[in-house]
Design a protein around this ligand. Structure first.
Ligand code: SOE
Length: 378
């Protein structure tokens, strides 16, 4: 392996650009990009030339076969993750694969097993783990400040699919998988809660609902609106816009989660509260510089600060207090940690294919429960 990691990006949508930037900032060389067609790969390579993107590949196989590439980043629609990640692992590459890792439980299980067997680093961007105040929350649970957990609740709300003409590949189950809102964003919330709290969900009762029964065919970039006057042939939608879930953890802690991609005004509002015997903690992804700590006699707002708090908050707080860090820094820290682990260094909390498989287990149980209208084991 050359001293500088060679990276190929597969997928030229919004996330392809986010991965490319984070990869460059982490010191890798962007060897090339593959997309849904050679033409869109060429356009993406030109668009990302300022990051040093060297070339366009004609397809994912060409990227995987490139001997200069050490790491493949998969940022394509969910239904393609399995075959690209399997080929990349078989070729001995390290892999960063977008979530959900796969669109079925069996595929996610097979990917986690293949990564283990290949002995490669295989990471899934559950990037909200990289907010410094999320690390602080985890530390406050671990050091006993919060006390035994008694209740966990929260939501993950967005509005980018609110309009009846809003659409995206995720809407189509053939591309995105059988669960949309839950797999796309509920998965982040569940990953975060299990990771921070140390609790493990063992059963769930959930309901999924599709509010808009049809949407335009075709695809619009994530978080964008369709072009005015675009052709609006419609397709029936089976994937959910909203979800409600009640989990029980192995220690008996009740956890409720509301998920929506049609909640007006909510852009990317991942919010949670952990209520313990001594204190409660609240974190809001849209206000990520602060953590609310509630105690019986007083409440405090803890502020991100590289010179205070837990070791992991200090490690990830790269700007002085008051100089806002956010999603981009989370993504950059995740990619930098992935590459550090590839170089053989230890890093706390890197989400791997095992976590992607864990997430697939939860999604599968949520789908089963919504169908059976009953509690399902996870
Ligand atoms: C769209 O819902 C999306 O981009 C998700 O796919 C990401 O995982 C989330 O971080 C932000 O919203």
């Amino acid at each position: 392996m050359a001293e500088t990691l060679g990276v190929a990006i597969v997928g030229a949508g919004m996330m392809g650009a986010v991965h490319s930037k984070a990869s460059r900032l982490a010191g890798a060389t962007l060897k090339g990009i593959a997309a849904s067609s050679p033409q869109s790969a060429r356009e993406a390579a030109a668009h990302l030339a300022h990051l040093g993107m060297e070339r366009a590949y004609s397809n994912a196989d060409e990227a995987i076969a490139d001997p200069a590439v050490d790491v493949i980043h998969i940022c394509t629609p969910n239904s393609t993750h399995y075959s690209i990640a399997m080929s990349a692992l078989a070729a001995g590459k390290h892999v960063v694969c977008e979530k959900p890792l796969a669109t079925s439980l069996s595929d996610a299980r097979a990917l986690a097993a293949a990564a283990q067997k290949a002995g490669r680093v295989a990471a899934v961007p559950f990037v909200y783990r990289y907010h410094p105040m999320v690390r602080e929350a985890r530390s406050l649970v671990q050091d006993g400040t919060v006390g035994a957990l008694q209740l966990i609740h929260g939501s993950y709300l967005q509005d980018w699919l609110l309009g009846r003409d809003d659409t995206n590949w995720r809407v189509d189950a053939a591309l995105g998988g059988p669960s949309r809102a839950f797999a796309d964003i509920g998965s982040h919330w569940c990953d975060l809660i299990e990771w921070i709290s140390g609790e493990r969900f063992e059963a769930v009762v959930a309901t999924l609902q599709t509010i808009l029964p049809d949407r335009p065919t075709g695809t619009v970039e994530t978080f964008s609106s369709p072009a005015p006057g675009a052709s609006l042939e419609r397709q029936a939608v089976t994937t959910e816009d909203v979800a409600g879930a009640l989990f029980r953890t192995t220690t008996g802690v009740l956890t409720t989660l509301t998920v929506s991609q049609v909640s007006a005004g909510r852009k990317n509002r991942l919010w949670f509260e952990l209520d313990g015997a001594r204190a409660s903690l609240v974190f809001d992804q849209e206000d990520p510089e602060r953590l609310w700590l509630g105690e019986r006699d007083s409440t405090r707002l803890l502020v991100r600060d590289p010179s205070r708090g837990s070791a992991e908050q200090r490690r990830l707080a790269t700007l002085p207090a008051g100089h806002a860090q956010g999603y981009a820094q989370c993504f950059e820290a995740f990619v930098a940690d992935t590459y550090a682990v590839i170089r053989g260094e230890a890093r706390e909390g890197l989400p791997t294919f095992e976590d992607g498989y864990r997430s697939a287990q939860i999604i599968d149980a949520v789908l089963r429960s919504s169908k059976a209208r009953a509690w399902e084991p996870i």
